[in-house]
Design a protein around this ligand. Structure first.
Ligand code: ATP
Ligand code: MG
Length: 458
């Protein structure tokens, strides 16, 4: 104790030394003295970058801004960017006891990607304490972070602070409602928000991008390629090059709509053809009474990466309007997807399971019957092209005859991106089977016993 200068001690307490994490040190850095294996040459710019330091696009902007919007492709390092920023502001800009906010698509997504993923906050700053049950983080300086999700707008009420990190906003279920509640809370000294997301042309994002105090940074997945698994780059990123989907998911272009696709996200201003965004049940509204509900299934061959069994639940009301209620698709073994299908059948009190039998028809049926013997199944044949099957269903949307109950992001992505070739969109196929059965199949009302019973309200 004898050697401590009391004035220096008091000064450091009142004005703590700046926090200089490795992440925010200069990059490139000609004076770099660390491990040489951390250096790599960026092929586009020719610059020598240092691994595990923010590349220039990952650094918080200098000067004042309200929203810093990082729109970048898959694997760009978006989560790492947001994690580095929120950690910096929590340690350097906040006073003890101050609260920041971290929000992602769902509670599980925040945990798995924003916190515990490779680019996540806890992975890179392990001295932060995490209390999952309270959905709370605490930094050593007693600054805390509330964890919230785009699945529950009410949770944003009650937060009041300066800093928020918003992950994958374009994929949230209730972006508008969450955002307006968040805005009410961003009322302390110098509020700042960092949004890290792969973009989609949702109205909220387009509005945010136009705000005068928004700084937009765009990046492609390939900018982070040296820090990604080679096999992921080869098997996932490379095949997306040159596709419309790749323009959004890899190059982060804000595609308004896909030419040649059967569905649009936004209403066409010229023709007035409604986009899926205009065809949703209002937030928090209940479904009307459905007179018939089915589970559409497009089974996968085997469980493997990139494969999927499409499972979509849809129903129809007394006025003949269709409702897409749930996308429960899963990458699973026959036993796994079979169980999920039967679970959906019971949960939504469905009348029938409509399942594609293009491969091993018997196997598909027996998979389901092994789990539950007396279940009503219709096997459908996938003859003709996918586009030909999907077109009449798309026409129902154009006539405002189908509504989505909430936002079904992954299914809707397949709907707006499918151009007729490439990977098989199983969610879309399951949707087409369900809606075809509900809305396009000719039924003999009052005819045979079998068909009549289907119209009896449950
Ligand atoms: N500057 C960097 N130096 C070294 N590694 C990095 C850097 N930026 C990101 N990474 C690493 O690259 C990987 C991908 O980063 P991250 O998960 O943040 O990307 P993402 O854009 O959020 O991906 P996704 O689209 O899957 O959400 C992680 O392992 C992360 O640690
Ligand atoms: Mg991420």
């Amino acid at each position: 104790m004898a050697n401590i200068d009391p004035w220096a001690f008091a000064a450091s307490y009142l004005d703590p030394p700046p926090y200089e994490p490795e992440w925010l040190r200069p990059n490139p850095d000609p004076n770099f003295k660390g491990e040489p294996s951390r250096l790599y040459v960026d092929t586009d710019s020719g610059l020598t970058f240092i691994r595990d330091r923010a590349r220039p696009k990952q650094r918080p902007p200098e000067g004042s801004f309200f929203i810093w919007c990082v729109l970048a492709g898959r694997g760009f390092g978006k989560s790492r960017t947001g994690a580095g920023w929120i950690d910096y502001v929590a340690r350097q800009k906040c006073v003890p006891g101050e609260q920041v906010l971290i929000a992602g698509r769902t509670p599980a997504d925040v945990r798995d990607y924003a916190l515990l993923g490779k680019g996540g906050l806890l992975t890179n700053y392990p001295d932060i304490q995490y209390e999952p049950s309270k959905r709370l983080l605490t930094w050593p300086n007693k600054v805390t972070a509330l964890i919230r999700s785009g699945a529950n707008p009410e949770e944003f009420r009650g937060f009041s602070g300066q800093y928020a990190w918003i992950e994958e906003l374009a994929a949230w279920q209730y972006p508008d409602e969450c955002w307006s509640n968040l805005m009410l809370g961003m009322r302390e000294k110098d509020p700042r928000i960092c949004i890290t997301t792969t973009p989609k042309p949702i109205p909220l994002l387009r509005m945010i991008m136009k705000l005068p105090n928004t700084i937009i940074i765009k990046g492609s997945s390939f900018e982070n390629a040296p820090n990604l698994a080679k096999s992921w780059v080869e098997n996932v990123l490379n095949p997306l090059k040159g596709t419309r989907k790749g323009r959004q998911e890899v190059y982060a272009e804000l595609l308004e709509d896909v030419e040649g696709a059967l569905w649009r996200l936004l209403t066409d201003p010229e023709t007035g053809i409604p986009g899926i965004d205009a065809l949703r049940t209002p937030y928090k509204s209940k479904l009307p009474t459905l007179v018939r509900t089915v589970v559409g299934v497009d089974p996968q061959g085997v469980k493997k990466d990139g494969s999927m069994t499409g499972i979509v639940v849809a129903g129809i009301d007394a006025n003949g309007r269709g409702y897409v209620i749930k996308d429960a698709s899963i990458n699973g073994t026959p036993g796994e997807w079979g169980k999920r299908v039967i679970k959906m059948y019971h949960r939504y009190q469905a009348d029938r399971i409509v399942v594609e039998k293009n491969y091993g028809g018997d196997m598909v049926e027996s998979t389901l019957r092994t789990i539950e013997k007396n279940i009503p199944i219709t096997l459908v044949n996938a003859s003709g092209g996918k586009i030909i099957r999907a077109e009449p269903v798309a026409a129902l949307y154009e006539q405002f005859k189908v509504l989505h109950h909430g936002i079904l992001t992954k299914l809707e992505d397949e709907m707006i991106f499918y151009e007729g070739d490439g990977n098989s969109p199983n969610r879309l196929d399951a949707l087409v089977w369900a809606l075809t059965d509900l809305m396009l199949k000719k039924r003999k009302r009052g005819g045979t016993w079998g068909t009549r019973s289907k119209f009896v309200k449950r």
